[in-house]
Design a protein around this ligand. Structure first.
Ligand code: ARG
Length: 478
């Protein structure tokens, strides 16, 4: 008798319309469906169902045979999905209903029991958490790989010196390695941020039911163990309606995208004719349909451009969540698109950016030429005077006068003669000319974290260990 009834309900537009006289209209069905987006949750949905099934067995709601049949059917559905044989039907609104529909086809006798002690509200939450956790692992790995690549580039460019900028004006000479490793630091914080987000997402919310908890003896610890969750949620209303983990994830992604976009911008500038600091592999550039000479850095531009979308996804999630009353509201169905889109964009950006870094060629002559404009040593002249006993504020003023003297007489700091220098200040002697040298300037920096070669070597050793440790902590995540 029961299988027949099942069939009857399922032939309806969806499972949950027992109390309705009418089927929903096509336009409503289309409008409310989320299948196009949440189909990416399929595997996680099945994993969640398998965990739930084990709890149902333990609670005596399904027999051992039913549990086995249903579990086998769920595994079969997973294979069908993998092989592209699973027919998704929008009529069943979302991926959760589609999987359940197929399960009931495969096991008509007991398929309809699976949803005992579960609501789509806690089901969606747990699936989404599993998705976020899994994407974090991939993206964190991509960040480690990029950092390793940056460290490698830095290692072979400790002695390559470039002009360092502030306000996009020549400031002081720095090692190219130091410049590149500034990004290493940013991506390290991004990695840490993802690991923290993982903790936020690592809470099992299954067992929250629709909002109040469920009436059956569902062993939530068991479910958490099966699914690899570190803890279980403590409030069912919060459990079904909290999306902090998704917001944190989108924030972490936005930050990574922002860091990438800054680096891309620099590389685009460095790739310009005026700078000519780098050469990109052809593969990452495209020509123009009208100007035959062009080799445009399209990939870098696109990473930079896509950052806008990633940041707006964070905002759209914030705006969707703001002011929502407890507990689940259908608005929250809109949470997946911005997260999934940003996760894919950032992951793909990281992969391709790593390849760009791996294959980048530095034009060291042009970098060195940038240092010929020797007002970049003005701070070093000020330091020279301090070492001769002039208070810094005073030496700053004297160097200001020197710079303006050089400018007015068409000279540079290194072509002003000693006689001329002496006329401006008695503190300058013949050794002044030793400082107009990039290596001297870079290596005169004494502080930890500065650009001196010695410091960079120390920090690179630290990074090597750090990368190994990060790889280990990633593997330790369940
Ligand atoms: N597709 C929906 C979502 O992702 C499923 C939840 C529907 N729950 C409900 N109570 N109508 O949010």
């Amino acid at each position: 008798m029961r299988p027949k009834k099942n069939k009857e309900i399922i032939s309806h537009n969806n499972f949950v319309r027992g109390r309705f006289k009418e089927d929903i209209s096509q336009i409503t069905a289309d409008f409310t469906a989320s299948l196009d987006i949440d189909k990416k949750l399929a595997d996680f949905d099945i994993d969640g169902s398998i965990a739930h099934l084990r709890a149902l067995k333990k609670a005596g709601i399904v027999s051992l045979k039913e549990k086995r049949d249903l579990e086998n059917a769920l595994i079969k559905i997973k294979t069908e999905i993998k092989n592209g044989e699973f027919e998704l039907n929008k009529k069943y609104e979302d991926i959760h209903m589609n999987v359940e529909k197929r399960l009931t086809e495969l096991v008509p006798e007991s398929g309809a029991k699976l949803h005992t002690g579960r609501s789509r509200n806690d089901q969606v939450s747990v699936d989404f958490r599993l998705y976020v956790k899994s994407r974090i692992k991939h993206i964190a790995k991509a960040l480690i790989d990029l950092r390793a690549e940056l460290a490698a580039v830095a290692k072979s460019n400790i002695k390559t010196i470039i002009p360092g900028y502030t306000h996009f004006q020549h400031a002081q000479p720095v090692s190219l390695a130091h410049h590149v490793l500034a990004y290493y630091e940013m991506f390290t914080r991004d990695f840490e941020r993802l690991m923290n987000t993982y903790k936020t997402a690592d809470v099992l919310t299954l067992g929250s039911g629709a909002l109040a908890g469920v009436d059956f003896d569902i062993d939530r610890r068991l479910e958490a163990d099966v699914l690899g969750f570190g803890s279980i949620s403590r409030n069912s209303m919060d459990g079904v309606s909290d999306r902090d983990f998704a917001l944190e994830f989108n924030f972490a992604l936005s930050m990574t995208a922002l860091h990438l976009s800054r680096f891309c911008e620099e590389l685009i500038i460095w790739n310009s004719f005026e700078f000519g600091f780098i050469k990109l592999k052809d593969e990452f550039t495209t020509g123009s349909s009208i100007m035959p000479q062009k080799k445009n850095p399209d990939v870098l531009e696109l990473i930079r451009g896509k950052t806008g979308g990633v940041i707006s996804n964070l905002l759209s999630l914030f705006i969707m969540m703001k002011s929502l009353p407890l507990a689940y509201n259908r608005d929250m169905q809109e949470d997946k698109k911005p997260v999934m889109e940003s996760a894919d964009t950032v992951y793909n950006s990281l992969l391709i950016f790593k390849e760009i870094i791996r294959t980048i060629k530095f034009n060291k002559d042009n970098m060195a030429a940038g240092l010929k404009e020797d007002s970049i040593y003005a701070t070093d002249v000020a330091t020279y005077l301090v070492k001769k006993g002039v208070p810094f504020r005073k030496s700053h003023e004297i160097v200001g006068r020197i710079v303006s003297y050089a400018e007015n007489t068409g000279k540079t700091l290194s072509t002003v003669s000693l006689k001329e220098y002496k006329k401006i200040t008695g503190f300058i002697a013949g050794d002044i000319f030793d400082i107009f040298n990039p290596e001297t300037s870079v290596n005169s920096k004494k502080t930890t974290g500065g650009t001196a070669f010695k410091e960079i070597k120390t920090v690179l050793e630290e990074y090597e260990k750090e990368i190994e440790n990060n790889k280990k902590s990633l593997l330790e995540l369940k």
